[in-house]
Ligand binder design. Structure first.
Ligand code: SAH
Ligand code: SF4
Length: 398
């Protein structure tokens, strides 16, 4: 390779804070899997014989009823409740700001331990409500069209902080059931997409544990088919995702040649298109799920030609797929432009005629910078300069 640049963008200099928070000294129960919760309750003195039942009770209070106060867990003995309150807490990230777009999209800026901030977006649609959650503060990857990728500071979110985003959205939407009230079948948060800040497959264990909590049959109960994990292409983790999470998969494909994909999604230098496609071919069988979503951001003059569309359908032949075209969302200093509407439609048409669904993703919440790829906590000042962004995009001198 003539490229003397180190293939650095895939480093993982991220940290996870321990579950025991220094502020309170109590262990946070949010985000623990059932097994972890069992261990925690036993360690606190719960007799092993009772542990399963206690896990079920505490779980239901936290995830079905949305209770935050141990004192309200009325089917537990008073002494047991006070023991829980002494040893544990039910803690969520703190909402710093909430913005509501003209189209109803809500964007939350959340503060987590260490004073870091992440964003979560709620997108109401006619027949569903999708919560777009973050998995990291910032992202170690540096996709040149993505605002999050310009954020320098990164840390992994804990499972508690990931599950906490779903719980906070339910709080804000008033979605917890009321005791005694008839069951409400329409769900406001009916789908979860891991498409916020961060690369979920670089925080695999916490994302997996959090999704186990979210998918559990008692509590938040989102089926695995209502969860979509989007990855830029961390190939070795894709089979693990199928086996250990089993959710739907979306992949940030974005280009049809390695040359262009190297520039747009630099992880391609580590695992190229061919390696990525090989992993994707196995995914539906391993996860027993349906189609993979290929995300394709439409960048004017970069990846939006008829030839690109034709190459794309050729590349993915044989993979059950849907191609989601995302009109590029601009952000301050972004080095690209959105493809013209006619171009996007012509591109979509070629894909459609080849037999694939090719929805064009309507940008939501643009007025509050909540659309795909625009997330980046505004208070996070450690941002790259325009020149750095342009250099990474291969647009030297732009
Ligand atoms: N890190 C993961 C998930 C987060 S990004 C990933 O890259 O897949 C969610 C989607 O938004 C990805 O497909 C991403 O490539 C896309 N995206 C990022 N920046 C964008 C922008 N400015 N305009 C449109 N889509 C963007
Ligand atoms: Fe990270 Fe995804 Fe943005 Fe790339 S597109 S920088 S992987 S968040």
């Amino acid at each position: 390779m003539s490229d003397a640049q180190p293939t650095a963008p895939v480093t993982q200099d991220v940290v996870t804070i321990p579950r025991k928070l220094p502020e309170s000294g109590r262990v946070n129960l949010v985000g623990l899997t059932r097994d972890q919760l069992r261990d925690a309750l036993i360690a606190a003195g719960t007799p092993e014989k009772q542990a399963k039942m206690r896990v079920g009770q505490v779980w239901q209070w936290i995830y079905h009823w949305g209770v935050r106060d141990f004192a309200a867990m009325t089917n537990l003995a008073k002494d047991y409740r006070s023991m829980l309150a002494e040893r544990f807490e039910i803690a969520l990230p703190e909402i710093v700001t909430r913005q509501v777009s003209a189209d109803g999209t809500r964007k939350y800026l959340l503060r987590i331990a260490g004073g870091h901030e992440v964003e979560t977006v709620y997108i109401p649609e006619e027949n569903r409500g999708t919560l777009c959650i973050s998995s990291q503060v910032g992202c170690t990857l540096t996709c040149s069209f993505c605002h999050t990728g310009t954020q320098k500071l990164v840390r992994n979110l804990t499972a508690a902080e990931i599950v906490g985003q779903v719980m906070l959205a339910r709080d804000d939407l008033g979605e917890w059931p009321e005791q005694g009230a008839p069951k409400n079948e329409t769900r406001l948060v009916s789908n979860v997409v891991l498409m916020g800040m961060g690369e979920p497959l670089y925080n695999f264990d916490n994302v997996r544990d959090a999704m186990k909590v979210v998918m559990d049959g008692e509590g938040l109960t989102l089926s695995r088919r209502r969860i979509t994990l989007s990855t830029s292409g961390v190939v070795p983790e894709i089979a693990k995702t199928a086996e250990e999470i089993g959710c739907l998969l979306a992949v940030s494909f974005h280009a049809t040649t390695d040359e262009i994909r190297d520039r747009l999604v630099p992880i391609n230098k580590r695992w190229n298109i061919e390696a990525l496609l090989a992993a994707l071919r196995d995914y539906p069988r391993l996860s027993n799920s349906e189609r993979i979503t290929f995300e394709y951001v439409m960048l004017k003059g970069v990846n939006d030609s008829d030839e690109d569309a034709k190459r794309l359908v050729k590349l993915i032949r044989g993979i059950p797929a849907k191609i989601n075209l995302i009109p590029f969302n601009e952000w301050p200093g972004s080095p690209y432009q959105r493809s013209d509407w006619e171009r996007i439609e012509a591109f979509a048409d070629i894909i459609y005629k080849a037999g694939y669904a090719s929805p064009i993703r309507t940008p939501r919440g643009e007025d509050i910078m909540a659309a795909c790829g625009q997330l980046k906590s505004a208070t996070e000042r450690a941002r790259k300069s325009r020149a750095e962004i342009a250099a990474e995009a291969g647009l030297r001198g732009a």
